[in-house]
Design a protein. Structure first.
Length: 140
C-alpha cells in the first residue's frame, strides 16, 4: 500500500478540502493520512503562529508524523498552503517522497504574504459563509 499525506490550509483531517477524494479513493490500494498543521482544525492547541520559517516547520512536522507512523516512503498531495508545505518537504526529504502532487501553491513566500496570513488570523472578521462550516467541523 502506498501512503498519501493530504495537506491543506484548514483541512481538519481533509474533510473540507479533500472530502470527495477521501470518500472515493480506493482504500485497498492506498493508506490515506490527512492532517492539520499545528494550530489549525483539530491540531489546537497550540495556537497558530507565523514565524518566518512556519512552512519549513510544517514540512518537518508532516515528515515526522509519517516517520512516526513507520512509513518509509510516501506521496504528498497538497494545495494552497499545503502545496507550499509539500514542496518544501519534497525538497528537504527527497529520499522519503514517492510522488508529489501540488496545485494552487506559491513557490516562495514574500513579506506581503506573511502580512496577509497575519491579517486573516482573526476569524471574527471572516464572512459567515466561510466561517460557519469550519466552526462546525472544529467543534465536532
Amino acid at each position: 500500500k502506498l501512503a498519501f499525506l493530504l495537506e491543506s490550509l484548514l483541512s481538519s483531517y481533509g474533510q473540507t478540502d479533500f472530502g470527495p477524494q477521501l470518500k472515493s479513493m480506493n482504500k485497498q490500494l492506498f493508506t490515506i493520512v490527512a492532517w492539520d498543521p499545528r494550530g489549525y482544525g483539530q491540531s489546537i492547541p497550540p495556537s497558530r503562529d507565523f514565524p518566518p520559517d512556519f512552512f519549513e516547520r510544517d514540512a518537518k512536522d508532516a515528515v515526522d508524523l509519517m516517520q512516526a507512523l513507520k512509513f518509509k516512503k510516501f506521496s504528498l498531495l497538497g494545495w494552497s498552503d499545503g502545496g507550499i508545505t509539500a514542496l518544501i518537504a519534497a525538497a528537504k526529504y527527497p529520499a522519503l517522497i514517492h510522488k508529489l502532487v501540488v496545485w494552487g501553491a506559491n513557490a516562495s513566500v514574500t513579506e506581503e504574504d506573511v502580512r496577509i496570513y497575519n491579517g486573516i488570523r482573526d476569524v471574527s472578521k471572516w464572512s459567515e459563509k466561510v466561517k460557519k462550516p469550519l466552526e462546525e467541523l472544529v467543534s465536532n
